[in-house]
Design a protein around this ligand. Structure first.
Ligand SMILES: Cc1cc2nc3c(=O)[nH]c(=O)nc-3n(C[C@H](O)[C@H](O)[C@H](O)COP(=O)(O)OP(=O)(O)OC[C@H]3O[C@@H](n4cnc5c(N)ncnc54)[C@H](O)[C@@H]3O)c2cc1C
Ligand code: FES
Length: 292
């Protein structure tokens, strides 16, 4: 028995119903009224129905993995993409032809969609306050997770600058940090998290007399690998459980190609079927280029 929402067999051709720009991001909405409601943290493999490779250099060709950011009552799914137009001129190694083509799509275009895939976030353990920590376009799976958790969740988001920080509008009552200080706290989102975890440690020591509802936390994070590694290390230091939505290159999305494996304390796992959300306790570290 699976404890996750399973995808219908085969990919489906569906209409894009809206495209909107949000600072440095694009939100693409797809009508999927007959598809199952995804779990927060699950993802879809997406490909444009037209002009998807086969041209001069054959790229992008393979579908690309995108977290579902929101499901509306009528079944419309929202996806948040880095906007290649905003990224022009910056060092954006992870933006290529797939994101570029998908970010162009608007009402009237069709998309191939497979999903929902993977395993999403598990509910917080009893009496723990969920803290959602997002970096850049990594906010996507946290949007739908906040929709599920409601007001209980504390939201901390980090962005490069004010243009990217406009993405925070997708979430309610988010505390924001920017690298350049153009909005919110100047610095890293992990600095906001460290302050919160220190506060929880203090309140926990006063818990017997204060009668507060939450004296402990559970962290949910998605963002660039160095941010996730910092979150993992901080949570380990504070003995706080964390669930991390990771990324790796995905060719199939359903366990067939082994292109997405990541090392865990129990051996290699396929991130597309065993993740993309993994418990931080099974990771010795979040791998990233430049990690020593
Ligand atoms: C589960 C999951 C959820 C995702 N959710 C989102 C999302 O909500 N919004 C969003 O903008 N992006 C998301 N991504 C990332 C997105 O899939 C990649 O940015 C996209 O596949 C890159 O395709 P491309 O054609 O733009 O670039 P490509 O030309 O294919 O790749 C550009 C460069 O990025 C590297 N790269 C490509 N894909 C990945 C990857 N997944 N991890 C690490 N490096 C990679 C390649 O090695 C290459 O150097 C997600 C990825 C995964 C695995
Ligand atoms: S993407 Fe093919 S096995 Fe995970």
């Amino acid at each position: 028995m699976s404890d996750r929402t399973l995808a219908p067999l085969g990919r489906r051709r569906l209409p894009v119903v809206a495209r909107r720009e949000l600072g440095a991001y694009v939100v693409v909405s797809v009508a999927d009224p007959d598809g199952p409601a995804p779990d927060a943290g699950q993802f879809y493999m997406l490909a444009a129905a037209e002009r998807w490779g086969g041209g001069a250099d054959g790229r992008p060709f393979l579908p690309r993995a995108f977290s579902v950011a929101r499901r509306h009552d009528d079944g419309t799914l929202d996806f948040v993409l880095d906007d290649p137009a905003s990224a022009r001129g910056l060092v954006t190694a992870s933006l290529g032809p797939g994101t570029g083509r998908l970010a162009e799509l608007g009402a009237g275009d069709d998309i191939w969609l497979l999903g929902p895939l993977g395993r999403g976030f598990a509910p917080p353990r009893q009496a723990r306050r969920p803290i959602l920590v997002g970096g850049g376009v990594g906010i996507a799976p946290l949007v739908i997770w906040q929709d599920v958790l409601g007001a209980a969740a504390l939201v901390l988001l980090g962005f490069r600058d004010a243009a990217h920080a406009e993405g925070a509008a997708l979430m309610r009552d988010a505390r924001v940090a920017t690298d350049d200080g153009s909005r919110g706290h100047r610095g890293l989102v992990t600095e906001l998290l460290a302050a919160e975890l220190n506060g929880f440690a203090l309140r926990s020591s006063q818990a017997r007399t204060s009668g507060r509802r939450y004296t402990r936390a559970e962290v949910y994070a998605c963002g660039p690998p160095p941010m996730l590694e910092a979150v993992r290390a901080l949570c380990a230091e504070h003995d706080v459980p964390a669930q991390l939505a990771l990324e790796s290159g995905m060719a199939c999305g359903y366990g067939a190609c082994f292109g997405c494996v990541v090392p865990t304390t129990g051996g290699y796992v396929r991130l597309c079927v065993d993740g993309p959300v993994l418990d931080a306790a099974v990771l010795e570290r979040v791998e990233h280029p430049g990690a020593a």
